[in-house]
Ligand binder design. Structure first.
Ligand SMILES: Cc1ncc(COP(=O)(O)O)c(C=O)c1O
Ligand SMILES: N[C@@H](CCCC[NH3+])C(=O)O
Length: 430
């Protein structure tokens, strides 16, 4: 952790106390330099191996127009899961052929939008969607290039709510039904089968589940070749690479994981005599997670002797619902006292009318006082993208840092924004 002479916390070369003063709090702070470093780490890990590959950024982790520009500049693809994410990409002139459209219940309007815009791949999640997509394509006299999301039936060691590859899941086509499903799709006029997809979950810190998933998918690729002489050109193994939230969290080596996954695929391809498909992965959290922090101002402090000290900040579950939702753990520092000794164990609470509105339970910090700036670390992923207006609280602005530059990339909401779409029904005006 970097500290300047004023005892201030430095993030990506910037004094965070100065940032708070200049832009106000709460404030999402995002570092382009760190995003690029993370992305390049993954790209380099693949470049070292001799395979055809594509890295796709999972926009659900954090998407806005500036993010699309960075991802475009890095030559990565983009995974979108809704019309809103697709619209954002379009507005950022993101190359449509590099877009992968996911989702377990894409609407007719969203599929039409994807077909009309010419997105690169639609990742088909269900039989209902397959038929709908085929029908829409035939109507338009077009064809959609698709991957099938296969549920490999694997339980990854992560929070129950962010596991996605286990059999009992709303996502994907069960591995047991995959062959029949694909057989059906082969005969559809509007569908071009490009490949397979699976995603086993998020915040995964071990390579083992990826290796099993890769093996299961290669088995399926072999069976499809034998049974239908179908060649699978692309294998997308999803995202999920975990990051370090707390000091001492088990460390994740991208080089190691990429190497192990590819080794499994190479072994299977030799054994089964099938060509190695283009390998695609779609990390979100790994690209942006540690590239973001959130700055808050400390307000009310309540000490319950013998029980707990609550230190409230001017944000909370509205800008970061992960603690409330998944019991997520975060590290934080008092940005204006970063060199001071930890003196007390406190819990950081938000300002919503909700007991579960907590950001951190039990963290040792220097003495907290109203007006101090609290920096919560590693909030780049699934904070801004999952933020809400609960209690009609406006969403904070986001700034982007690059080198010594700092600019707003998402304006903070105002009270006017909060009421903008409200309407009074005619009968209440009579
Ligand atoms: C299909 C799919 N791809 C990619 C991701 C990105 O995951 P992560 O941010 O954990 O890398 C997710 C989220 O879990 C997902 O559902
Ligand atoms: N939103 C989750 C990750 C889920 C990713 C999408 N399948 C989180 O904050 O950890």
């Amino acid at each position: 952790m970097k500290i300047d002479n004023n005892n201030h916390f430095i993030f990506s070369g910037h004094d965070t106390v100065e940032l708070a003063k200049k832009f106000g709090t709460p404030l999402y702070v995002l570092s382009e330099d760190i995003i690029r470093k993370n992305a390049i780490k993954i790209i380099k890990a693949f470049e070292k191996e001799n395979v055809d590959f594509q890295i796709i950024y999972a926009g659900k982790a954090l998407l806005n127009i500036a993010m699309c520009y960075i991802i475009k500049d890095l030559n990565m693809g983009l995974d979108v899961v809704s019309g809103g994410e697709l619209y954002t990409a379009k507005k950022a002139s993101f190359p449509m052929e590099k877009i992968y459209f996911h989702g377990n219940n894409k609407s007719k309007e969203e599929l039409n939008m994807a077909i009309d815009l010419g997105v690169g791949r639609i990742v088909v999640d269900s039989e209902y969607e397959l038929e709908l997509l085929n029908h829409l394509c035939i109507e338009k006299n077009k064809k959609a290039s698709v991957l099938f999301r296969i549920n490999p039936g694997i339980e990854a060691h992560t929070h129950k709510y962010i596991q996605t590859g286990q059999e009992d899941s709303k996502f994907g086509i069960s591995i047991k039904q995959a062959k029949n499903f694909i057989e059906k799709a082969r005969n559809m006029q509007g569908i071009i089968i490009k490949g397979l997809h699976c995603h086993i979950g998020s915040q995964i810190l071990e390579e083992y589940p990826y290796k099993i998933a890769a093996k299961i998918m290669m088995d399926l690729i072999k069976e499809l070749k034998i049974k239908y002489k179908l060649v699978i050109e692309e294998l997308n193994l999803g995202g999920g690479f975990g990051i370090e939230y707390l000091k001492g969290d088990s460390c994740f080596s991208v080089e190691k994981i990429v190497n192990e996954i590819l080794k499994t695929i190479q072994d299977q391809s030799l054994k089964y005599q099938v060509k190695i498909p283009k390998i695609i992965i779609e990390p979100g959290r790994y690209v942006v997670g540690n590239a973001g922090i959130t700055l808050y101002e400390i307000g009310a402090i309540k000490s319950i002797p013998g029980i707990r000290k609550y230190v409230s900040v001017n944000g909370g579950m509205v800008d970061n619902p992960r603690t409330a939702l998944y019991d997520a753990k975060y590290h934080a520092v008092i940005a204006n006292k970063v060199n001071e000794k930890e003196k007390e164990l406190v819990s950081i609470s938000g300002k919503c009318c909700e007991s579960g509105d907590m950001l951190i339970w039990d963290i040792p910090l220097p003495v907290c006082e109203p007006g101090d700036i609290l920096a919560v670390l590693a909030t780049g992923a699934y904070n801004y993208s999952m933020a809400s207006n609960y209690n009609r609280i406006p969403k904070p602005p986001m700034i982007l840092l690059k080198g010594s530059k700092a600019e707003i990339i998402v304006k903070g909401e105002t009270y006017e924004d909060i009421i903008r779409n409200d309407k009074i029904p005619t009968w209440l005006l009579e």
